[in-house]
Design a protein around this ligand. Structure first.
Ligand SMILES: Nc1ncnc2c1ncn2[C@@H]1O[C@H](COP(=O)(O)OP(=O)(O)O)[C@@H](O)[C@H]1O
Ligand SMILES: [Mg+2]
Length: 380
């Protein structure tokens, strides 16, 4: 089956599309990545998405329009990828844009509940392309008692499991998340959780201080000095001590966090702020690995992916952390998965599972009480 996976993460930079040929079931599930394509959000769309994500209030009309507009954008992105791949698609798996995610249950109108919202109308994508679309993957896991994230362990298990090596698979998007796969593990022996910020804090501070969407190649961090006391203070935050499973988003590390960060830094050179935020990003990942993964088993590889791998300053910090932890820092590209395509490939696999009425979540990763078939299908 030829499936397109469509991922637009919390960075709200744009949409990654992976065209994947998938076959088999369970431990015989296998796939080939045929094409990866990236469509950047035009500025007004990115602004609308970020405004919706950070909104303490927004009109329902705006939300409704955004849902349909993103559906159109995703359809165009998939159509482009389909054309480039010269393949006929059988199915699309579209993650959508998260505008709210609350992984932990909190009281609301007399019930304790966790909830999430991804937008980007699947019916529009299906109608434009004439192909069935699976969307809205996270709610089914949450309804089964999970945190709705991370959903990438299905892919991680398919690609990175090894008979004799424990591997930690680290994605660095807006938020950073990891999947730990012990040597010769069953799926239910994996641990997965959000370690904390990926690019999100640095991106936001770059916007505030330099009017740029991100720190290209880590150049600004590279010429700054890390403010050690502030770094230590920030690494002491509650989120980093919380036991997995746990999820994070703009609610934890969004605009308010970046503003508090900047206030905490006070009057210092701007590059030092970026260097320090980059160090918080790197060290919070290392700290998570040390606290919650290495204490439970032996691991050899730490495999990174996501847009953060393009930040050279962040990567050199992670190299240092990896050496101290006794791990080999590797790239998902070495395993045939281009760094920025990984999550899109995951949603192609998740859609394939749903189409076959098979579960997509890994309960040990999300904390769900059971495996669940994820998503909703829009027929063309
Ligand atoms: N050349 C680059 N240099 C530094 N950082 C980059 C570069 N290209 C992309 N990034 C970072 O990657 C982010 C996008 O990563 P991505 O994996 O798509 O995250 P998400 O899944 O949250 O959308 C950008 O916001 C930026 O921070
Ligand atoms: Mg992205």
């Amino acid at each position: 089956m030829i499936v397109a996976g469509v991922m637009s993460g919390t960075s709200a930079d744009g949409v990654d599309v992976a065209v994947v040929s998938i076959q088999g079931r369970g431990s015989y599930l296998s796939f080939d990545l045929l094409l990866h394509d990236y469509s950047e959000y035009p500025k007004p769309i990115r602004q609308a998405v970020l405004a919706a994500m950070n909104a303490s209030s927004i009109s329902v009309a705006e939300l409704s329009r955004l849902n349909f507009r993103l559906g159109e954008f995703y359809a165009e992105a998939v159509a482009r990828a389909q054309k480039k791949s010269a393949k006929k698609l059988d199915l699309v798996g579209c993650h959508g844009q998260t505008i709210y995610h609350q992984g932990t249950a909190e009281p609301y109108l007399g019930k304790k509940l966790a909830c999430t919202w991804q937008t980007g109308e699947g019916s529009v994508v299906a109608a434009r392309l004439g192909i069935p679309v699976v969307s809205d993957f996270r709610p089914a896991d949450m309804a089964a008692g999970g945190k709705g994230a991370p959903l990438v362990p299905l892919l991680d298990y398919a690609v990175f499991r090894s008979k004799n090596k424990g591997r930690i698979i680290q994605n660095i998007g807006g938020i950073a998340n990891l999947t730990a796969i012990p040597a010769d593990a069953n799926p239910d022996e994996m641990t997965a959780f959000d370690t904390g910020p990926g690019n999100m804090v640095v991106d936001r501070l770059m916007q505030m201080l330099f009017g740029k969407p991100f720190d290209r190649d880590g150049a600004v961090a590279g010429r700054g000095t890390i403010l050690k006391p502030i770094l230590e203070d920030l690494l002491d935050a509650d989120y980093f001590k919380l036991k997995p499973p746990k999820t994070a988003g703009r609610e934890e590390f969004g605009a308010e966090y970046a503003e508090a960060f900047l206030r905490r830094c006070g009057k210092v050179p701007k590059a030092d702020v970026i260097a320090t935020a980059t160090a918080v990003t790197a060290q919070s990942m290392a700290q998570a690995v040390q606290r919650f993964v290495l204490k439970r088993g032996r691991y050899l590889d730490w495999v990174v992916s996501g847009g953060g791998t393009k930040n050279a300053a962040l990567m050199s910090m992670l190299e240092k952390e990896a050496a101290e932890l006794g791990l080999w820092l590797r790239h998902s590209d070495d395993f045939g998965i281009p760094s920025s395509a990984k999550e899109a490939v995951a949603f192609a696999l998740l859609a394939y599972q749903t189409w076959n009425q098979l579960p997509g979540n890994v309960p040990s990763a999300t904390g769900a009480k059971r495996a669940a078939v994820l998503g909703k299908i829009s027929y063309a």
